[in-house]
Design a protein around this ligand. Sequence first.
Ligand code: GLU
Length: 299
Amino acid sequence: MTHRPPPSRYIGRFAPSPTGPLHAGSLVAAMGSYLDARAHGGLWLIRIEDLDPPREVPGARRAILEALRALGFEHDGAVELQSERGAHYARAFERLRALGLVYPCACTRREIADSALPGAGGAQRGRELVYPGTCRNGLPPGREPRAWRVRVGDATIAWRDRAAGARTERLAERVGDFVLRRADGLWAYQLAVVVDDALQQISDVVRGEDLIDSTARQVYLQRSLGFPTPRYLHLPLVLAGDGEKLSKQNGARAIDTARPLEALGQALAHLGVDPPAARSVADFWPAAVAAWRQSRWMR
Ligand code: GLU
């Protein structure tokens, strides 16, 4: 496994899944990644993570992009769609397979739930199950492949979050061999995100804290594929009344873009940065970039 440092030029990204409109939680991720990119004089890309048609909401992609525009976000380059990037994921998958790291798995979700031990991590979203390795040395007789998994062996991943600091995770204890290609034939998020971050030369990933437990898996794939590892910054989540991450499932409302300064000010305050007194969206952004530069996120 090679350890490669992030690309030297700052390139950030916002990577929403089109499973609903832009809401208070996704606005915080968009804002944090945007301010951090601009405060570093970097580029900011948008990538729509439309990898999972069953979870997609018709019109959500357009609604997210329109809301971002109405709030004064200005992205660099063209908006990329993961749904158009399958050939890249297939190539990375084949490389991992050629390294002997991929195997087919016949287990159903039920079977895994029945035999798995709860993972050591994943406090935010409930504990993830550790795959018990049932198919690691070959499919049981008479069983058909469903998903494809990557072997994690005894990999211990040490990485650093800009806010949370140093983390060390043994993948076998936390998740075990994880899925690269799902039983329904779709590419798994963990593979797609790593391939796209590398091909788009992302130097800095700034996103919600719910993904902090995915990062070790992503670093493992980067090292296996010889890709650089970006810097990571995970931001505090916006929680719903029930203490869960705000999401479409617990009724996150679309941002009201008719009152842009209110939405922008709230998102910035959530990040612990005092919103500037701004009379217009055009005034807000330069002042917010200046405030971000002085904030704890840049230290
Ligand atoms: N598409 C993911 C989400 O909307 C974000 C992925 C990422 O930033 O790595 O939760």
